[in-house]
Design a protein around this ligand. Structure first.
Ligand code: SF4
Length: 897
């Protein structure tokens, strides 16, 4: 019997013509591959085929009744009849049945819809007789328009919401002639549990559920495949544009990362591009006022000021911040500029405030500071351990894939102080007190060793330090950890057992692990669990940081890191190689990271900061300290789409830039995949790309030669020449969906799973013994609550982009979530404004009563300037990487009169 592996094809005939088919494919797929397109209304390749619309019926020789092509698998020697008069007449009848109740004007509005094309192809357009019942129209959602007058009950919306997103919003109500679909909650879509992913609209074959942008604009005239500008999942998008504007975005169907799915940000949050406050002219502040400047004035001013400060205070009085919002090429140029033109290693990026601990821990223990596995391992894992990561809100497409894996039987273990959505699908949910991840992982490791749940062969072959760890962990019983963490000891044992006995098991972690004083050590303790159970170097396993921003992995990897050069190689290891490549000596002094830049600014050791795509003031913790530090600078250059808070309050020069939809380049996602960013629309006149600006300043400072790039690809080719593990990632090879590094040569296929056979650090990795060091940010009688900060599904970081879209209607403001018990005790109602006071400052937020939050804890989002949550966050930092401890601040609450 031929099968897929041996590459043999099945032979069949279609309407008497011979046809080859792949084993395991359906008749419909085979027809489609052969260029025969049957109408299909209930079928979507992303869904389990149902075969209910009866349009793809075919005859098989030897069978009396026709069968649906979408549910029938091909067999060798099969003879298929597709276009017989009888079948065509049946198709005509099916369409006639739809036509008598279908609104005639719908076809003219959207002729491209599959049903409308079928009406056209089968000549039933003249039979459309339906009226529109206004009661069947739901116009409540900012992005989705629902008109059930056009519903043909194919239930693709119901099925795609269940099978792809796992949200179960659309329900089938009533029976017989009264059957209709409706969102849950019994009211409007806006009031339902819809998360705005748009999958229903994307799948709907009639336009009954439709993107509002398509109703108000003509169809796109161009489509460009590119990569989402938001989170580190790195979904691929097809961007539809017309007359220079984006009018629609659809998920790329064959994208390996998102497999035809998107979340509400990637799909709909592009309105910021045309926001009326987009800055399109360089600005220089004089006498407290922003004045328009020409590009040559602005570039000249920045170059002169940087040169002056360097001369007066030395190169280490200058600093550059790269950006997760910028491409790899732009980050590469920014760090090269800092080192070659300014002569300083003071260069960092926003990885400092998120996953620097993950990179440091993974690099130190395994040799590569990045995720060990791929998103495709979600479907291979038998257990998924999710630690401090609210994936369904912050990495929604990965969250949906994890949810689907759980629905299909994978075991979930969730470690999170809040009862996040994935906890509803978990076999075990541990809710440790914030800041106690290390004792929790130690106790899990204790259980693995005490109960013999380790992979002995893997330990013998690849791991050192087992006996030392065993003796260190002897006292780390679950009972001891339970006291510190506030969780049940037996639940800790259960979590360890589920993780160890369902191999392969993969872990994902987020900022709930890293943004702590023991952030790096928390990740190390998690790596211990993977090493003990042999869950490294194999598919379906590994330790995988969910990177928060689209290119945060890339910005640090390109060298926007004080101690590491492009490729995340330590500066001293690669100094000679880079000096040769860049024809320039590299600075010898130790560079400052982002938090140290703040310290140095406070101490008047730092005099100039060039911040690319990062809102320092709104994003750094302890706003008072940040403001004080940077307000005394001689020069703050801000490069962004909009005047952000740093520019408004501290900036001297503002340089306006192109957004990712307006330029070319690459991003690097959380699974080490380098993907193309392709220009979909022209930028507004007056802005430049981040890389072009940096190169022009370099030229103005006498370094034209090393910065004479003409295109993003030219920069990328230089990146590949200095980054050995990325040498094979040419733009040509990144078509269509990118490759995962290491990819050291043009004929290398890329690497889905790291550390197979040996670790990057060597044949053996060492377990770490990690003592618990509690955060000094303790609760007291004066500050009795622990405040945790984080993102929400609808907004993104400092809100620069999502805050200028209709996502604001879905999530208009930041809120302070508190447990019902605490709200009752304090006599607080939903929406009541409350002052939040910490040792560092205060702010005010409306209360949201939320049973996902544990008593004694609070959770707040940080997206808006009005809330300015970093007025209260703590100044504590991870001991090894300086990443701020955003996840633990002791606060007091006081009702606002
Ligand atoms: Fe974009 Fe992340 Fe949403 Fe994907 S999951 S569409 S990458 S924000």
């Amino acid at each position: 019997m031929p099968n897929e592996r041996d590459g043999r094809q099945l032979q069949l005939s279609i309407d008497d013509a011979p046809c080859a088919a792949r084993p395991g494919s359906t008749v419909l797929e085979t027809l489609s591959r052969a260029g025969m397109h049957l109408p299909q209304l209930c079928h979507d390749p992303r869904l389990t085929p149902r075969g209910v619309c009866r349009l793809c019926l075919v005859h098989l020789d030897g069978q009396e009744r026709p069968v649906p092509a979408c549910t029938t698998l091909v067999r060798d020697g099969m003879s298929v009849r597709v276009r017989t008069p009888e079948l065509e007449s049946m198709r005509h009848m099916v369409l006639e049945e739809f036509a008598w109740r279908y609104p005639a004007d719908a076809v003219a509005r959207a002729p491209e819809k599959p049903l409308h094309q079928a009406f056209h192809a089968y000549g039933v357009l003249g039979e459309l007789r339906g009226d529109r019942d206004p009661a069947l129209i739901d116009d409540s959602h900012p992005y989705l328009h629902v008109d059930l007058n056009q519903c043909i009950e194919c239930y693709r919306c119901v099925r795609i919401c269940d099978e792809l997103q796992g949200q179960f919003v659309w329900r089938i109500l009533n029976r017989g002639a009264r059957t209709r679909v409706a969102p849950d909650g019994g009211k409007s879509l806006r009031e339902s549990s819809c998360v705005g992913c748009g999958a229903c609209a994307d799948s709907c074959p009639t336009g009954a559920i439709e993107d509002r942008t398509l109703l108000s604009a003509a169809l796109p005239s161009t489509w460009t495949r590119t990569t989402c500008p938001y989170c580190g999942v790195g979904c691929e998008l097809d961007v539809g544009a017309r007359d220079g504007r984006i009018v629609n975005i659809k998920p790329t169907r064959d994208a390996p990362v998102n497999k035809g799915h998107l979340c509400v940000k990637g799909r709909y949050a592009f309105g910021y591009l045309r926001s009326s406050d987009r800055v399109t002219t360089p600005l220089i502040r004089e006498g407290g006022r922003w004045l328009d400047a020409s590009w040559s004035e602005a570039i000249g001013h920045v170059a002169e000021e940087l040169a002056r400060i360097k001369k007066e205070h030395g190169p280490d009085a200058l600093a550059v911040l790269g950006s997760a919002r910028a491409t790899n090429e732009e980050n590469y140029v920014a760090q090269k500029f800092a080192r070659v033109v300014l002569g300083t290693n003071n260069v960092d990026c926003c990885a400092r405030v998120c996953h620097a601990p993950s990179a440091a821990a993974l690099k130190a223990m395994l040799g590569t500071g990045a995720a060990t596995n791929s998103f495709d391992d979600i479907e291979r894992a038998r257990c998924i351990l999710i630690c401090g990561a609210n994936a369904t809100e912050n990495h929604p497409v990965v969250g949906a894939r994890i949810k689907q894996a759980a629905l299909r039987g994978a075991r979930l273990v969730v470690i999170d102080p809040r009862r996040i959505e994935l906890a509803d699908h978990a076999e075990v949910h541990l809710q440790p007190r914030p800041g106690t991840n290390v004792p929790l992982f130690n106790a899990m490791a204790h259980t693995l060793l005490a109960e013999g749940l380790v992979d002995r062969a893997f330990l013998a072959e690849r791991v050192d330090g087992v006996e030392e760890l065993r003796s260190f962990l002897a006292t780390w019983t679950p009972e001891r950890a339970a006291q510190l963490c506030g969780v049940d000891a037996e639940a800790i044992r259960r979590a360890a057992r589920v993780y160890a006995t369902h191999a392969p098991a993969m872990s994902f972690h987020g900022l709930g692990l890293t943004e702590h004083v023991q952030g790096t050590e928390s990740v190390m303790a998690l790596v211990n669990l993977a090493l003990l159970t042999g869950n490294l170097g194999k598919p379906g396993a590994g330790v995988n940081p969910l990177r928060g921003q689209n290119n945060v992995q890339g910005s640090a990897h390109m060298g926007c890191e004080p101690a590491n050069l492009t490729g995340y190689v330590p500066l001293e290891q690669a100094r000679e190689r880079f000096e040769k490549a860049w024809s320039s000596p590299l600075p010898r002094t130790r560079g400052l990271d982002l938090m140290e830049m703040s310290d140095a600014a406070r101490d008047r050791r730092l005099h100039a900061l060039w911040a690319i795509g990062y809102d320092v003031l709104l994003t750094n913790p302890d706003e008072r300290a940040t403001r004080e530090a940077f307000s005394a600078m001689d020069l703050v250059v801000v490069q962004d789409l909009f005047l952000n808070e740093t520019a408004r309050e501290l900036g001297h020069v503002f340089l306006p830039v192109s957004a990712s939809y307006e330029k070319d380049g690459t991003f690097m996602n959380a699974e080490r995949r380098v993907q193309r960013v392709r220009q979909a629309v022209e930028p507004p006149s007056g802005v430049k790309t981040d890389w072009a600006i940096v190169c022009e300043v370099a030229a103005a400072m006498g370094h034209a030669k090393g910065f004479a790039f003409q295109s993003a690809e030219e920069i990328w080719d230089e990146v590949r020449s200095v980054w050995t593990a990325g040498a094979g990632l040419s733009y040509r090879r990144l078509e269509p969906s990118g490759l995962q590094w290491p990819c050291p040569a043009e004929d290398h296929p890329g690497t889905q799973v790291l550390h197979q056979g040996a670790f990057a650090i060597g044949p053996r990795a060492s377990l770490r013994r990690i003592e618990f060091k509690p955060t000094p940010e303790a609760t007291t009688a004066e500050f009795p609550f622990v405040l945790i900060t984080g993102r929400t599904l609808y907004q993104f970081n400092a809100g620069t982009m999502t805050g200028r879209t209709r996502n604001l209607e879905l999530r208009p403001r930041d809120v302070l979530a508190m447990s019902p018990a605490d709200a009752a005790r304090l006599g607080l109602r939903e929406g009541a404004r409350i002052r939040i006071r910490s040792r560092h400052g205060e702010t005010a937020l409306p209360v949201s009563i939320d049973d996902r939050v544990a008593p004694g804890q609070l959770f707040a989002t940080f997206h808006t300037v009005e809330a300015f949550l970093n007025r209260v966050t703590s100044d504590q930092r991870d001991a090894l990487t300086n990443t701020p401890e955003y996840k633990v601040t002791a606060v007091a609450l006081q009702s606002e009169a």
